[in-house]
Design a binder for this molecule. Structure first.
Ligand code: NAD
Ligand code: ZN
Length: 389
């Protein structure tokens, strides 16, 4: 595929193209012709090359109520694209660049972006309801009747073209195959980053991962790269053990087969008192609590990655906290997109980071509903949708 075949004759003008619209919660997406407006200041219009489906897309597709349930909407946030045109005041991006859109912002200028302590961007992170980063509810998409279409997580990659703020865009080396690169736009970065930046897993340590979807498997890959000695995968799907072995999973627990025993009890018995690190990659309060209870008294650390749809609270033993165990959550694996994604690309190109095995299905963009079906049924890890196939 010619990555630089972007159409520049549209520069400064709207583009008409195909997008998969979510018109109603849980209903099949509809491929429609839409209008994508030109990028404004600090924005870039990109041609999507390929996009994949993450569980977060499924969660928002199903979301029926609340301020985040919006329709019609263009979902999708794991993707790779090529720059078609740039708005005013855009530095560092030019037509033809291969770019990753990322749902997590990185303005590079605020106090938190300048601090190495976290990947929180205090300038932008608190607003996750706007359509466009700097223009509030202004949308760059219109349907056939001229009605505005809602964006999703500042990316909206289920469209042939999308407009992304430069705070959500990373330039990457064109050497990495684009489908592999798409994994770094969300799931793999989130999982690997959680093991690397958030937990800082060290050599010889023990790890438990609740949920072995792409995010959980990426945590395993991150823990494997950090030299963890034992990596226990917890999943209801027994096939995930064989799959997980490729990413460093050494042991497997199926909650459906543990009888009366709590998973935390099983894990404590397997590790003589609990794991050094546990990660929740499902999005259930019960498994967040079990992940916390699985760690070692005194030093155990739990990292929450799963998104609990209703933002419900979790319940932890206050004495367990007093006795030294810690818990935290993370978005995008604690990675600062513009700094850390190029490091992961490099690691892949040096044959350290393993990106094989995540993509289990490839379909054309028109078959997007099939991809939803596969993920909902747990039959795929990642399904890549090609825009030009
Ligand atoms: P996925 O659907 O591909 O994987 C989930 C896995 O959990 C599956 O293997 C499933 O069999 C297993 N599972 C489900 N219920 C279970 C249970 N009760 N006990 C044990 N295993 C169970 O999802 P994914 O795309 O890997 O995403 C995982 C989670 O991470 C989602 O909640 C998603 O929203 C979230 N996420 C968070 C971030 C972040 O920045 N924190 C980024 C991406 C995704
Ligand atoms: Zn910032």
């Amino acid at each position: 595929m010619d990555k630089t075949s972007s159409v520049s004759i549209h520069e400064g003008k709207p583009i008409r193209c195909k997008a998969a619209l979510c018109r109603k919660a849980g209903e099949a997406l509809v491929i429609e012709e839409i209008q994508v407006d030109p990028p404004q200041a600090y924005e870039v219009r990109i041609k999507i090359l390929c996009t994949s489906l993450c569980h977060t897309d499924v969660a928002f597709w199903k979301l029926e109520w609340g301020p985040l349930a919006r329709f019609p909407r263009i979902l999708g946030h794991e993707a790779v694209g090529v720059v078609e045109s740039i708005g005013e005041l855009v530095d560092g991006f030019k037509q033809g660049d291969v770019v990753l859109p990322v749902f997590h912002p990185h303005c590079e200028e605020c106090r938190d972006c300048k601090s190495p302590k976290s990947n929180w961007c205090s300038r932008f992170c608190d607003d996750f309801v706007s359509n466009t980063r700097r223009y509030g509810m202004a949308s760059r998409f219109k349907d056939f009747s001229g009605e505005d279409i809602y964006h999703f997580f500042f990316v909206s990659s289920f469209s042939e073209y999308t407009v992304v703020d430069i705070a959500h865009l990373v330039n990457i080396s064109p050497e990495i195959p684009v489908d592999k690169a798409a994994l770094l736009s969300c799931c793999v970065s989130t999982g690997v980053g959680a093991a690397w930046k958030v937990a800082n897993v060290e050599e010889g340590s023990t790890v438990a991962i609740f949920g072995l979807g792409a995010v959980g498997l990426a945590v395993a890959e991150g823990a494997r790269l950090r030299g963890a000695a034992k990596i226990i995968g917890v999943d209801l799907n027994p096939d995930k053990f064989e799959i997980g072995k490729r990413f460093g999973i050494t042991d497997f627990v199926n909650p459906a087969l543990s009888g009366e025993k709590k998973i935390s009890q099983v894990i404590k018995e397997m590790t003589e008192g609990g794991v050094d690190y546990s990660f929740e990659c499902i999005g259930l309060t019960s498994s967040m609590e079990e992940a916390f209870n699985s760690t070692r008294t005194g030093s155990g650390k739990t990292v929450i990655l799963g998104k609990e749809k209703q933002m419900l609270p979790i319940s932890l033993g206050s004495h367990d906290l007093l006795r030294g165990r810690t818990i935290c959550g993370t978005l995008f694996g604690g990675l600062k997109p513009k700094l850390d994604i190029p490091i992961l690309v490099d690691s892949y190109l040096k044959k350290e980071l393993n990106l094989n095995g995540f993509i289990t299905h490839e379909l054309s963009f028109e078959e997007i509903n099939k991809a939803f079906d596969l993920l909902v049924k747990g039959e795929t890890i990642r399904c890549v949708l090609w825009m030009d196939k």
